[in-house]
Design a protein. Structure first.
Length: 160
């Protein structure tokens, strides 16, 4: 591993052990669920009160915030920059692009799923139904196959 590459297991361990209420969203979440997709960054949705805690937990991995916690709260998002880019959403809730569905962080957190990653680390993802909603926030062209994958996965499991 190059010195400027992120140690993914250390990244997820730091989040897991920090107590930060963080949901892995975006294509990294789909990869965890088995989707054959690629991505070059990480996307997290965290509780608005956990910004400083996340920043502290990831500082040892040379990930630095591009905004203060107060600025991030006002903007609803910020980026951790370093060996990888981590987009961090801190909104209390978001609506789909068409405005038809609103998802609150606290509701998504209550329905979260834990996925083992390595021997002693777990990842926290939204439920499949909530992950589908997060993909509908932007409704980019590449989101459509992701939604189809998640829908098929949900239907195959017979539950949300």
């Amino acid at each position: 591993m190059d010195a400027d590459e992120l140690d993914e297991e250390a990244f997820f361990r730091a989040i897991d052990e920090s107590g930060v209420r963080a949901l892995l969203i975006g294509r990294r979440a789909l990869i965890v669920l088995g989707a054959p997709v690629l991505t070059s960054d990480y996307d997290l949705w965290i509780h608005v009160d956990d910004i400083a805690k996340l920043n502290d937990a990831l500082a040892a991995l040379d990930l630095r915030p591009n905004h203060t916690p107060d600025d991030a709260r006002a903007r609803g998002r910020y980026v951790l920059e370093g060996p990888e880019r981590v987009d961090v959403l801190v909104a209390r809730s978001c609506s789909t692009k068409d405005g038809a569905t609103r998802l609150a962080f606290d509701d998504a957190w209550a329905r979260r799923q834990r996925i083992p990653y390595g021997a002693d680390v777990s990842l926290t993802l939204p439920s499949i139904d909530d992950l589908i909603v997060t993909k509908r926030w932007s409704m980019r062209e590449r989101d459509m196959p992701d939604i189809q994958f998640l829908t098929a996965l949900r239907d195959a499991k017979g539950s949300s």
